[in-house]
Write a new protein. Structure first.
Length: 396
C-alpha cells in the first residue's frame, strides 16, 4: 500500500509526465539496452526504431500517475500488457532492471525538478505496479503450463504447410515438433514466433493472430509480407522468403484478450481492414461451425482483389450459415472504403462488433459504429504493436 503522501506526490507529477513522458522513456530504453543488451532478444526492435514502444510506455506511466489513488482503473491495461509479456517470456527478474533504469531516466530528463522525494515516491509506486504485473503474469504462466498440452515460454514447432492466401499474405500451419497436440485457444488470441535470422545479432519475436478456429493438432498464422524498407518487415520477409515446409520455429502458447464471446447468439459483426482479417477468421469460423444460426455480418476492406485473403473461405462459411452476409470494398477501386452508410445497412447496433486493422481504419470504424448507435461496451477491437490509450482511440 502507498501512503497518502506518496500518492499525492505521484499525482503532482502527472502534468510533467504528460509533457516529458516520451523523452523519459526514450532515455530509459537507451540506457537499459546499453547495460542489458540481452533484453534486445525480447523487445521488438521495429517498435523501438519507430518510437512506438517509447510512446506506449509513456502513456502507461502517465496513466499510473493519474490513477494512483485507484490502480484498479488501469487493471484492464495491466492484463492486456501482461498477456503480451507472457507471450514474450518476460520474467520477474526483469522488473527490477526496468525500474532502476526508469528512475534514472526520470532524474536525467527532469533534472532538479526530480527531487529525491519524487524519485522515492516513484520507486515506491513502481514497486506496487511491478508486483501487480508479476502477480498477474505468474497466474497466467501457471494456467498456461497446467492446461492440457500447455507449456511456458517457447517450444519448437514444425511448419507443416505453407499456403499463399493473397499477393501479400501467406499462412503457416504449425505442428509441435514433439508430436504432441496443441492447447485449445479462444478465437482471437495470438502466439509469438521467435526466430534467429542469419546476420542478425539478436533473436526477434513477433506476435501473430491465430487465423483459424481452434484445432487439436495445429496452429495457423497468416503473415503479411511488409515492404523491404519497413523496419517491421524483417521478420515477415524472413518467414515469406526463407522459412519453408519442414523448417522449425519457436512458438509461445496462445495469449490475448481480444477474443470472441462464443456464448452469445445475438447479432455479431466482424469488421476488418487488410491483415486485420486474421483474428476475424478464427472468430468467424467458430461462429460458423458452433452457432451457424447466429445473425452474422462480415465486412472487409482491402487495397485490391489481389491482396484480399480468405475470400473463398469466407464465402464457403457464409453459404452454410442460416443468417450471414459478407461484403468487401477495395480502396483501389470505386467502392473505396467501409462507410457509415454500409454500417447502417449491415450492422445491428444492438449486437456486438469486432474491429481489427490499421489504427486509422479502426479509429474510423469505432467512430462510425458509435454514430450509428452502438454502445462502447459492444465494440471490441485490437490493434497492432504496443498498447495505446484506448479511451483516446475511442474518442477520436
Amino acid at each position: 500500500m502507498l501512503s497518502p503522501e506518496t500518492r499525492m506526490i505521484i499525482k503532482s507529477t502527472a502534468p510533467v509526465l504528460e509533457d516529458h513522458g516520451v523523452a523519459i522513456t526514450t532515455r530509459f530504453y537507451s540506457r537499459m539496452f546499453e547495460e542489458h543488451p540481452e533484453l534486445l532478444n525480447i523487445f521488438n526492435h521495429a517498435n523501438q526504431a519507430q518510437g512506438r514502444q517509447q510512446t506506449a510506455l509513456a502513456k502507461t506511466v502517465y496513466a499510473a500517475a493519474v490513477h494512483i489513488d485507484n490502480l484498479e482503473e488501469i487493471m484492464p491495461a495491466v492484463i492486456q500488457i501482461a498477456h503480451k509479456h507472457v507471450s514474450l517470456g518476460v520474467k520477474p527478474e526483469h522488473y527490477p532492471i526496468v525500474g532502476a533504469h526508469l528512475l534514472i531516466a526520470m532524474k536525467e530528463v527532469l533534472g532538479d525538478a526530480a527531487t529525491d522525494e519524487i524519485i522515492q515516491a516513484w520507486s515506491d509506486a513502481y514497486g506496487v505496479i511491478a508486483d501487480a504485473f508479476i502477480s498477474v503474469e505468474k497466474s497466467m504462466y501457471q494456467t498456461t503450463a497446467e492446461q492440457e498440452n500447455g507449456w511456458n515460454y517457447f517450444k519448437d514447432f514444425v511448419v507443416a504447410r505453407k499456403v499463399k492466401e493473397s499477393d501479400v499474405i501467406t499462412s503457416f500451419y504449425l505442428k509441435p515438433a514433439d508430436g504432441s497436440n496443441v492447447p485449445t485457444y479462444i478465437p482471437g488470441q495470438y502466439i509469438s514466433v521467435r526466430v534467429s535470422i542469419p546476420g542478425e545479432k539478436y533473436t526477434m519475436i513477433r506476435q501473430y493472430s491465430l487465423s483459424q478456429a481452434s484445432k487439436p493438432d495445429e496452429f495457423r498464422i497468416s503473415v503479411k509480407r511488409e515492404a523491404d524498407n519497413d523496419p517491421n518487415g524483417i521478420v515477415s520477409i524472413y518467414l515469406h522468403k526463407q522459412v519453408n515446409e519442414g523448417d522449425r520455429l519457436e512458438v509461445s502458447a496462445p495469449a490475448g484478450v481480444f477474443v470472441l464471446d462464443a456464448s452469445k447468439t445475438t447479432p455479431v459483426a466482424f469488421i476488418s481492414g487488410g491483415v486485420g482479417i486474421t483474428p476475424m477468421m478464427s472468430m468467424f469460423e467458430t461462429v460458423a461451425t458452433s452457432t451457424p444460426e447466429r445473425p452474422t455480418v462480415f465486412l472487409h476492406g482491402a487495397r485490391n482483389r489481389n491482396q484480399h485473403a480468405f475470400d473463398e473461405d469466407i464465402k464457403s462459411f457464409v453459404n452454410r450459415m442460416e443468417n450471414a452476409s459478407y461484403s468487401t470494398v477495395y480502396s483501389d477501386e470505386e467502392n473505396g472504403f467501409i462507410t457509415r452508410a454500409m454500417l447502417e445497412e449491415h450492422v445491428d447496433p444492438a449486437g456486438d462488433a469486432y474491429v481489427c486493422g490499421p489504427v486509422p481504419f479502426m479509429v474510423s470504424m469505432i467512430r462510425e459504429l458509435r454514430n450509428i448507435g452502438m454502445d462502447d461496451s459492444r465494440i471490441h477491437y485490437e490493434f497492432f504493436g504496443p498498447a495505446m490509450d484506448l479511451e483516446e482511440l475511442k474518442s477520436q
